[in-house]
Design a protein around this ligand. Structure first.
Ligand SMILES: [Zn+2]
Ligand SMILES: [Zn+2]
Length: 269
């Protein structure tokens, strides 16, 4: 069976929503013990060159702030592991992705979600009466991210269609997403060479018995049919319990989707 040896979605204490002691050096130590060979830090980011949609959250999370991790990575013992400097850039209705091409080049990789709707979508679409508008917003966001000027730098679509902080069960939105719409978007994703992220953070609630019920299984199977490659990410915001769930839940997903080495994006292999 395929063993996942990478994680390209890790938050450190640089992200305001992460634990204050989520230090890069501790993740690196833990990842090595877990047998991981490649990890990528992806703290939340909004390029200060663009007008910010959520100033309170993103003002501090500019390039200078995120780049302080480079020194920490440099000083860590990286024997047996490759460590990458990335970011979880934000969707911008105006720019596609809220990062300039010049700034994107300073990162080893970027991941972008279409589903931070709690930050990027007009607030009224979050009301239960506006589910169709909520889903449509994510579909449009997905399309705009794929066609943004920085699409060549995007490693993966982070937690696709998994609306964050949704005031009702966000699985309802995933169920409303049609096979045809997914085929259209995932075919374009495969053509761009962008991976679909298997976000272990959102999969934590499932076990071997319940995983078949996960709405993501239908989504990932369609992505696979469309030729998409996958990248795994923990979306860890806390280093302490990281090793308790990451590898077991990766194994669960590999099994549920019958993934082979070839299904993983080459960069992450
Ligand atoms: Zn996210
Ligand atoms: Zn994240």
């Amino acid at each position: 069976m395929l063993t996942i040896k990478h994680d390209f979605h890790i938050h450190t204490e640089r992200s305001l929503c992460a634990y204050r002691d989520a230090f890069a050096k501790d993740y690196i130590e833990k990842a090595k013990k877990m047998g991981l060979k490649k990890i990528g830090f992806a703290d939340h980011f909004w390029d200060s060159a663009y007008k910010c949609l959520d100033f309170l959250f993103y003002e501090i999370q500019n390039y200078e702030h995120l780049a302080t991790i480079k020194e920490e990575i440099k000083n860590a013992d990286k024997e047996g592991i490759e460590v990458y400097f990335g970011c979880e850039a934000e969707y911008s209705p105006e720019h596609g992705v809220a990062i300039t091409e010049e700034c994107a080049e300073k990162f080893d990789f970027i991941i972008v979600p279409n589903s931070h709707t709690h930050k990027t979508m007009p607030a009224e679409y979050a009301k239960p009466d506006y589910k169709a508008a909520h889903l449509e917003f994510m579909e449009r966001a997905y399309y705009n991210i794929l066609n943004s000027p920085v699409s060549g730098k995007i490693l993966s679509m982070a937690h696709p269609f998994d609306a964050v902080c949704c005031p009702y069960d966000n699985n309802e939105l995933k169920r409303m997403l049609t096979d045809d719409k997914m085929k259209y978007l995932f075919t374009a994703t495969a053509e761009k060479g962008i991976a679909v992220e298997i976000n272990i953070g959102s999969m934590k609630v499932y076990d071997e018995k319940t995983i078949e019920m996960a709405e993501e299984i239908r989504m990932f199977n369609i992505a696979k049919e469309c030729g998409c490659k996958f990248v795994f990410g923990s979306d860890a915001h806390n280093v302490h319990n990281y090793d308790e769930y990451y590898i077991p839940k990766c194994e669960m997903m590999v099994k549920a989707l019958s993934l082979k080495e070839d299904d993983i994006l080459e960069f992450a292999r």
